[in-house]
Design a protein around this ligand. Sequence first.
Ligand code: PLP
Length: 308
Amino acid sequence: MALIPFDDRDGWIWFDGRFVPWREAKIHILTHALHYGSAVFEGERMYDGRVFALSEHTERLFASATMLDFAIPFQQAEIDQACTETCARNGLPDCYVRPIAWRGAEQLSVSARETRIHTAIAVWEWPKYFDEAKFARGIRLCWAQYRRPPANAAPTGAKAVGLYMICTVSKNIAERTGFDDALMLDSDGNIAETTGANVFFVRDGAIHTPVADCFLDGITRRTVIGLARASGVTVTERKIAPAELPTFSECFVTGTAAEVTPVGEIAGQTFTPGELTFRLAEVYGALVRKPQQPSPTARATELAGVDA
Ligand SMILES: Cc1ncc(COP(=O)(O)O)c(C=O)c1O
């Protein structure tokens, strides 16, 4: 399938408070963010006309900006509304939503205090992150080229563009060598996450997942933990060494884009996607299309109660 370049599409992009035609949403080549990575973003999904966990995503966007030492010049409620309006303006009730905030071109040096902060929101159709055929047997992961930096070496809790440099390199190598994605270790050699999703393992009906101390504590991750616990499944967040892989029966990844995706292999170690993974994928799929409660965990608890 031919790729449609992202700068040559029809539609509208919300840019610093107003809608501009898609192809006119441009920035200057000397924009600080392009040179120094001073940008933060979000990845959200609208299902049936509602963005799942919208306020949690907006809150994380603002928290990420604070971690990069800048403030987004809008209220969170304004960004929430702009996300929803951008989907409507583009006529997309089911789509991916990409808010981004970045430092402008007023100053181009490591020092950036004089830069203006810009904000934009683009939305586009994006069905499944990994193709349907792979879902049943699970995706294949290899080990990533790079490790996640520790929390004292980078703002690891931020969804900051600079942290994706090592993800892109690792994912490109994975795809080039026939895998779907790469699994990254932390700086101590424990399992961290993939290049764009959190990872979970199943052993004897219980779930184990790495503690999110040097990578994004995904909103999907927290939602799935809530769903599992609400249905009586034990979830343990802890350090997980690669040597433990043979002791797990199932593995899956979670993320706004990935949703709940089974893993069939990690660098030669195979897993059989099973009942727990498919059940969580189904319950998560139902949850994101339900009218929403105050928080993902509250929604998870409510749904588990209703459907148990
Ligand atoms: C590196 C990384 N980790 C984890 C996640 C999952 O986060 P969320 O569930 O909030 O989408 C993402 C997706 O945005 C990601 O890019």
